[in-house]
Every structure is written in structure tokens, then in C-alpha cells.
Design a protein around this ligand. Structure first.
Ligand code: NDP
Length: 329
């Protein structure tokens, strides 16, 4: 598949260029709003062409685009791609409003192109193992889930994410969307309502950098999430507690293929064997297969809309200091 990149981002450079190439993809060009930065990016990453407008990507004849610009730009770029018949692999959060995200899904559908959202966690071998345990009934009836997604944002990333509301900054839009997608992947459901406390503790400038939330799920499972940019030593964790057993995974909410899982039940505790693989390779592979077969990818545009809906409701709940029903459009 011939790919064009939209956005000369850290995410593209650190993870996605390699992931696309690992699946046989050819990156034939890049669009950046800053041509000097774009040219240097292309040189560093072996990309043959740098375009200063989206339309200048068209003569390169891409089949698909990977969009990793800042979040407020995603909508217009997805619309442009879909209207030119290009398949879309878009970063999360899809957009800043539900209407924008719905419009993005809509334009892809109308133009018959495949759209995927880059929620990587559902592609981790470790999370797939946990899902298998849930689906096989090993933990029994699920009672509660705890998502501890609290990290310290590296200095190199302390830019728009913590300072720029208009670009879609804030820990909730950045991290809670991943939590919503992961919980949906594991449980097969999204929250009906959320209660959230959010604060700016250290890095956030007019934006939250730490939040905790309780979600009410349709089946009654209680979900508790913590997302943070300011906890250097917390470590990430995921816990699933059921009537027959508990699963506790550590160091697992990350971009890297790492982490451990322990299953505890009346027989005792045992570590589960995980054969880790690169999460983004798996995600891009899934997208390529969907394009080839003209089917939906595992994490499609609708999944991106739903994870955004949860995050937007969390923001609203934090602002109102009350439980908020999640509206999915
Ligand atoms: P960056 O800050 O690295 O890049 C965002 C945009 O900023 C770029 O597209 C580029 O604009 C501009 N930019 C970056 N560096 C420079 C520079 N030196 N000079 C001029 N302009 C610059 O963002 P991230 O890589 O952190 O995030 C990009 C997207 O990826 C976001 O949507 C984010 O939420 C998502 N993301 C997803 C992850 C996942 O696991 N799915 C993980 C991390 C991020 P231009 O578009 O004009 O080239």
C-alpha cells in the first residue's frame, strides 16, 4: 500500500513509520504545515517527497493516509482524504467535538474508504490475553475494573498537550480515550455515565493534567480510571476483578510490548505467559487487511467516536462536579 503521512509528528517518527514499513507499506510523501520542519523530517526518515499543501500529495498517488497532526486538524484532513478516495488511519482523539468525529466517520462511509482510529492498547498481546480470560469465563462474572494509566509526560512532549486547549490538549483527551477503548475491547461495552475529578497539578496550563473517574457500565460493572501526566513513579496497571478470580496486570498501559499479568483465584496466584508483539505493527496489519478485504478494522472510526464521547463526558462531569450521562451521537 502507498501511504502519505499528514503531520510531521513525534508519533510518526517514533512508531508509525516503522510500523507502516513493517507491513510492506511504502511511505511516498509527507504533508506538513511547516515546510522546513517537514523537509528535515523527510530527510531523517527516508521519505522521498514533502508537500506544502494536501493537494500536492495527490500526484504521488497514495492509497492511504496516516494522520498524526494535532487534534484540531484531524477533521479537515480526514475529510480531504476521504473526498479524494484515500483510506484513513487517524490518530486519537479523532477530534475535539462529537459532531466533528461523527462527520469524519460519515465522510469516510459516503466515499467508501476504510477509516481506523489508532487505539493501540487493544492490539497488545497482554490485553488480548486478559480478554481471552474474560471470554473463557476464567474470572467469572466481572465486578470491577481499575485502569491506572498514570505516567509522567516526558519533557519533549510538554508542549500543546499541556498548554493548548485549542489543539486538543489535556490528559483526558490524550489518555482517557485509550482507556475507554481498552475497557470496551475487554468488556464489550461503553459507560452509560461517568463521574470525574480533574485537576491541573503541575504541568497543565489551563488544562487538566490529572484525572480520576468512575464509570457506570450497562451491565453494572464498576470501572475506575486514573489518567495522569504528573506521576513519575506510579507505573501503569490494569485490574479486572470477577466472581471467580482477579487479573492484575502491571506496566501494561504503554506503547511498548511489555508488561506482566497475574491471575489469582482460589487455587492461588500464577503469572500468565505472554508472547509480546509490537502493538502498532498489529494495528497497521489489521488496517491493511481491512482495506484489502473491504471490511471494518478492529478499531474503526465508530470506535474513535465512542472513545471521544467518553472523554468529552468526563470533561463535562469534571466541570459540573456531577455524574454525566455519556452521549454517543
Ligand atoms: P507532535 O507535537 O510531535 O506533532 C504534532 C504536530 O506538531 C506535527 O504534526 C507538526 O505539524 C507539528 N510539529 C511537531 N514538531 C514540530 C517542529 N519541530 N516544528 C514545527 N512543527 C512541529 O505530536 P505527537 O506526535 O505527540 O502527537 C500527534 C498525534 O498523535 C496526536 O493526535 C496525538 O494524540 C497522537 N498520539 C497517539 C498515540 C497513540 O499511541 N495512538 C501516542 C502519541 C500521540 P504539521 O502537522 O504541520 O507537520
Amino acid at each position: 500500500m502507498r501511504w502519505a503521512l499528514i503531520g510531521a509528528s513525534n508519533m510518526a517518527q517514533e512508531w508509525m513509520i516503522e510500523a507502516i514499513r513493517s507491513q510492506g507499506g511504502e511511505i511516498i510523501g509527507l504533508y506538513s504545515g511547516n515546510i522546513e520542519h517537514g523537509r528535515q523530517f523527510c530527510e531523517r526518515n527516508g521519505i522521498p517527497a514533502c508537500a506544502d499543501t494536501l493537494d500536492n500529495l495527490l500526484p504521488l498517488k497514495p492509497d492511504a493516509v496516516y494522520i498524526s497532526s494535532t487534534n484540531e486538524k484531524h477533521q479537515a484532513q480526514v475529510e480531504w482524504a476521504a473526498e479524494h478516495g484515500l483510506h484513513v488511519y487517524c490518530e486519537k482523539p479523532l477530534a475535539l467535538t462529537l459532531d466533528s468525529a461523527l462527520a469524519m466517520v460519515d465522510v469516510c462511509e459516503k466515499n467508501g474508504v476504510i477509516m481506523a482510529t489508532n487505539h493501540h492498547l487493544r492490539h497488545a498481546a497482554l490485553h488480548r490475553k486478559i480478554k481471552q480470560c474474560i471470554d473463557d469465563g476464567i474470572v467469572g462474572q466481572i465486578l470491577s475494573v481499575r485502569v491506572m494509566h498514570a505516567v509522567y509526560l516526558p519533557e519533549s512532549l510538554q508542549s500543546w498537550r499541556v498548554k493548548d486547549k485549542a489543539a486538543g490538549g489535556g490528559v483526558i483527551l490524550d489518555i482517557a480515550v485509550h482507556n475507554a477503548d481498552l475497557v470496551a475491547f475487554l468488556l464489550g461495552e461503553y459507560p452509560v455515565s461517568v463521574s470525574t475529578h480533574a485537576a491541573s497539578r503541575k504541568l497543565g496550563v489551563g488544562l487538566e493534567d490529572d484525572s480520576m473517574s468512575i464509570w457506570t457500565m450497562p451491565t453494572g460493572v464498576a470501572v475506575y480510571t486514573h489518567e495522569s501526566f504528573v506521576t513519575p513513579f506510579a507505573g501503569t496497571a490494569l485490574e479486572v476483578h470477577g466472581s471467580k478470580g482477579s487479573i492484575v496486570a502491571s506496566n501494561c498501559l504503554t506503547q511498548k510490548p511489555v508488561g506482566e499479568v497475574v491471575l489469582s483465584n482460589e487455587s492461588g496466584s500464577k503469572a500468565l505467559t505472554i508472547e509480546h508483539h509490537n502493538l502498532y505493527h498489529a494495528a497497521v496489519s489489521d488496517f491493511c487487511k481491512a482495506v484489502e478485504a473491504n471490511t471494518q478494522p478492529a478499531c474503526d472510526g465508530v470506535a474513535g467516536v465512542k472513545s471521544l464521547s467518553v472523554a468529552l463526558s468526563m470533561l463535562q462531569a469534571a466541570e459540573l462536579h456531577q455524574e454525566v450521562e455519556v452521549f454517543y451521537g
